[in-house]
Write a protein that binds this ligand. Structure first.
Ligand code: SME
Length: 153
């Protein structure tokens, strides 16, 4: 992903969020991310409920069985516990990884915060090894900063 492409997609996210709120806004954000970035094979948003991450909006070719993930488990649970972005460049080499799709090779998980703290995360699978760069991280952290206060009530 180039910086210019990241700026364009961020503008699409902004415009979707100005015309939608809550769940419809989250549905459009995951769809925009999945459809605008070819290396993003599956895009989901988990929200924190008690001690679990619960799958909320998602966009991709198939549903995942991991609809509830305890905080601390998997790459998603690890990122939630640590409160920071996790990039796994080869899921086959990471013992924390919980498999959803056999085609997945890499994963990024980006926490979403609002003023009260961690409220959820964006989880993206890629069918390409080493798919996520520091630019993806920067871009998705910018998306998460927009979602936090405006999309999750
Ligand atoms: N792979 C994740 C589980 C969620 S699926 O990728 C949609 C993990 O290791 O936590």
């Amino acid at each position: 992903m180039s910086r210019e492409h990241a700026r364009e997609v961020l503008a699409k996210v902004d415009s979707a969020m100005s015309s939608n709120q809550g769940r419809p806004a989250r549905d459009s954000v995951v769809k925009i991310l999945n459809e605008s970035v070819p290396t993003y094979s599956w895009v989901g948003m988990y929200l924190i409920q008690g001690s679990e991450l619960v799958l909320d909006a998602w966009s991709g070719p198939a549903a995942t069985v991991h609809t509830r993930i305890p905080i601390g488990k998997g790459v998603c649970g690890f990122a939630a516990k640590a409160g920071r972005t996790e990039i796994v460049s080869d899921v086959g080499k990471d013992s924390r990884y919980l498999e959803c799709f056999t085609s997945t090779r890499a994963e990024i998980v980006v926490p979403i915060f609002n003023s009260g703290g961690l409220i959820g995360e964006i989880d993206i699978d890629s069918d390409q090894l080493d798919a996520f760069t520091s630019l993806d991280r920067e871009f998705l952290e910018a998306v998460a900063r927009k979602i936090g206060p405006r999309c999750v009530q």
